[in-house]
Write a protein that binds this ligand. Structure first.
Ligand SMILES: Cc1cc2nc3c(=O)[nH]c(=O)nc-3n(C[C@H](O)[C@H](O)[C@H](O)COP(=O)(O)OP(=O)(O)OC[C@H]3O[C@@H](n4cnc5c(N)ncnc54)[C@H](O)[C@@H]3O)c2cc1C
Ligand SMILES: NC(=O)c1ccc[n+]([C@@H]2O[C@H](COP(=O)([O-])OP(=O)(O)OC[C@H]3O[C@@H](n4cnc5c(N)ncnc54)[C@H](OP(=O)(O)O)[C@@H]3O)[C@@H](O)[C@H]2O)c1
Length: 605
């Protein structure tokens, strides 16, 4: 790895490499690099450019899920003098929503707030959107915005290595059985936290002779109707799969190693659409209904009334943001949520004593990701369902053996057993002085605001460790993270910055804050969750606060938290030859913008 003969990209590399050209790199946007990276004047030694003349930055984004597409869109709107390529290992965009096709797969936040903030979709067919409709939303965005030019499908990033002298990442990519190297100034990791699914660690798992499936790698050709099916896990995936499988299978054996809170339906925000045909706004007989399919007139109303639609989205977002109070440990809100959920679970479990005892947790509500378990508890108590709470000791050709000595013969095994978390990237990442991120982030990730890592300059991860993971809606966070990187790119290209390396001391202090905050939160309760890397006592990798607290924190970049290294080690190189662009272009307005009739803001370009 990393023995390529290809050359780094033009642009803001060291002055020695300014005029080299890229030979092997894909041009993500099809445009050959046109960097204006002037040499120094041989007599004066000044950089021969106007003040802040931008260099071309080349960006590689790993992945083309929700973050990759948004990066392509926002960069085109907000950044100039750049090249972008999103390398995507799959043969389609969409990430999570392309890969997860198990029956019942749906979003756990209402559809109207699981969209980019700038791209509402009045046409959602249900309150909680199912996976195919979410994929369709992202595919439409991809095609409508002509983002194809930025995306290289079936290209897997194998690793990246930082070159301090060049201020660039050397990235190794696998495509069609061959590997090649590309270079970039900025490396964005949008490869998804929940993208590498995981078989359970059970002896003999692969001895099983029947179909063995993972929730995130579903095989739709396997027909489970009339079969005996085992489902492993009590996470969000299992909760969605079980009610679907239970309806069709002859018998379902559920292996519930850990308890879990099943969220009762959240009060639904109705679309209020009085029309001549329906003069009275929707009445919700039981506001605690779970899934809801929008009526045609409601969809039309949202389509025809963008302002009403906006208000509707805000009402849902407001309700979610307000609900954050339950995540504070030992508070009235948390106690009320727990007692309400307990009584709802008991009610829905039909007083099934063993399930009530074994499924209702002793740890607080919200410690693990809460999923609206539509029909899950009701399915568990059906006659064709058997729940097992003992550890699975081994699997053989015909079924599973549990620690109570029983053997459970089944036809199909479904493992809804979660993911290998990508707290540390699943590709190799070598930073300053050859340090591997696996080592730098051992035993715990030293993450700055969920996006940056000391010793890994010009590298930003989308919703990485200690980003906003545990509450609220995620897409606004992605957007603010992407905008943050765009601001960093602008800074780099106009100030002749070679490396932006987030400070270790500031990162350490930030993590002290998050650790302290975690003590106040249910996230640090005694549950096993992926927030803690599938442990009970590990450090919680969520952000220390509400999702809007995270948004506010990230919205204003604090560049003083970075060690900045410049091209030619010259922090003043961007001053150039003493002139600004307006002067060079003899631009009347540009040279007089501060002459005004009132004290309004002015700029010089
Ligand atoms: C089953 C499931 C349900 C979920 N439900 C919700 C929900 O209800 N609400 C919510 O807010 N969030 C949910 N999430 C989280 C969800 O992952 C995010 O909401 C969001 O879709 C993540 O987008 P992303 O672009 O960051 O990552 P992903 O969607 O994971 O996309 C990452 C992309 O990177 C690609 N990639 C990975 N490694 C490489 C590599 N080395 N080289 C090239 N390409 C690579 C992958 O193929 C993938 O296409 C769910 C996750 C799962 C797994
Ligand atoms: N929109 C949604 O509603 C939705 C749907 C799916 C996923 N998601 C997202 O994806 C995340 C992951 O969800 P997930 O359900 O796929 O994974 P998960 O939450 O990590 O759950 C995995 C489950 O498998 C169990 N398990 C693992 N190994 C086992 C073994 N050897 N024997 C028996 N059980 C075993 C775990 O038990 P232990 O707890 O005991 O380890 C756990 O119950 C969610 O938290 C959520 O963020 C969201």
């Amino acid at each position: 790895m990393f023995h390529s003969s290809s050359t780094p990209v033009n642009g803001s590399a060291t002055e020695a490499t300014h005029h080299q050209s890229t030979e092997t790199a894909f041009k993500g946007n099809g445009v050959p690099p046109k960097p204006h990276v002037p040499r120094r004047d041989p007599v004066s030694g000044l950089v021969d450019q106007w003040h802040s003349q931008p260099t071309t930055v080349r960006v590689i984004h790993v992945g083309a899920g929700a973050t990759g597409l948004c990066t392509a869109y926002k960069m085109r709107n907000k950044l100039q003098h750049y090249e972008l390529v999103c390398y995507e290992k799959n043969d389609s965009i969409g990430g999570t929503w392309f890969e997860n096709t198990y029956p019942g797969c749906a979003c756990d936040v209402p559809a109207h707030v699981y969209t980019y903030t700038f791209l509402p979709n009045p046409k959602w067919s249900s309150y909680y959107a199912y996976s195919p409709e979410i994929l369709e939303y992202f595919q439409k965005f991809y095609h409508d915005q002509n983002l194809e030019e930025f995306v290289k499908l079936k290209h897997k990033v194998l690793g990246a290595k930082w070159h301090e002298d060049k201020g660039q990442w050397e990235v190794e990519i696998e495509h069609g059985g061959c590997t090649f190297t590309d270079w970039c100034h900025i490396l964005m990791n949008g490869s998804g936290l929940l993208n590498r699914w995981r078989w359970p660690d059970i002896k003999g798992l692969h001895l099983f002779k029947g179909p063995l499936m993972h929730s995130a790698h579903w095989d739709a050709s396997i027909d489970y109707s009339g079969k005996r099916v085992a489902v492993l896990g009590t996470g969000s995936s299992s909760i969605q799969i079980v009610p679907q499988v239970q309806k069709a299978a002859q018998k379902v054996d559920c292996f519930l190693r850990s308890p879990t809170w099943i969220a009762p339906p959240m009060p639904r925000v109705p679309v209020e659409t009085p029309t001549p045909e329906h003069p009275i706004p929707e009445e919700i007989p039981n506001p605690l209904v779970q899934q809801y399919f929008y009526k045609e007139h409601e969809i039309k109303h949202l389509e025809d009334n963008p302002e009403h639609h906006l208000k509707y989205r805000k009402q849902i977002e407001f309700a979610i943001n307000r609900g954050f109070s339950i995540f504070y440990k030992g508070t009235e809100a948390s106690r009320m949520a727990e007692s309400y959920m307990r009584s709802e679970m008991i009610k829905r479990l039909g007083n099934h004593a063993e399930l009530i005892e074994k499924l209702i947790p002793s740890w607080p509500v919200g410690c693990r990701r809460l999923t609206p378990g539509d029909g899950y508890l009701e399915a568990l108590i059906q006659p064709n369902m058997e729940c097992h709470f003992n550890e699975i000791e081994c699997i053989d050709e015909t079924g599973l053996s549990t620690s109570d000595g029983h053997h459970h013969e089944v036809d199909i095994i479904i493992c809804a057993t979660g993911f290998d978390m990508a707290w540390i990237p699943h590709f190799k990442l070598i930073g300053v002085n050859g340090i591997d991120i696996k080592k730098a982030w051992s035993p715990v990730p030293q993450s700055y605001l969920g996006i940056a890592a000391p010793g890994f300059p010009n590298y930003w991860v989308m919703n990485g460790p200690r980003g906003n993971l545990g509450n609220g809606t995620v897409l606004p966070c992605f957007e603010v993270q992407i905008e943050y990187v765009i601001e960093a790119a602008k800074k780099m290209q106009t100030e002749r910055i070679r490396a932006m390396d987030v400070r270790a001391d500031v990162t350490e202090k930030l993590n002290e804050y998050v650790d302290k905050w975690m003590e106040t939160s249910v996230f640090s309760g005694k549950c096993r969750s992926w927030y803690k890397n599938n442990t009970v006592d590990g450090k919680v990798m969520c952000w220390g606060g509400s999702s809007i607290h995270y948004l506010k924190t990230l919205k204003t970049p604090r560049w003083e938290h970075y060690n900045i290294r410049y091209l030619g080690d010259d922090p003043w190189g961007f001053l150039g030859n003493g002139r600004i662009k307006a002067e060079v272009e003899d631009d009347f307005e540009g040279m007089t913008s501060y002459i005004r009739n009132s004290d309004h803001p002015w700029e010089l370009h």
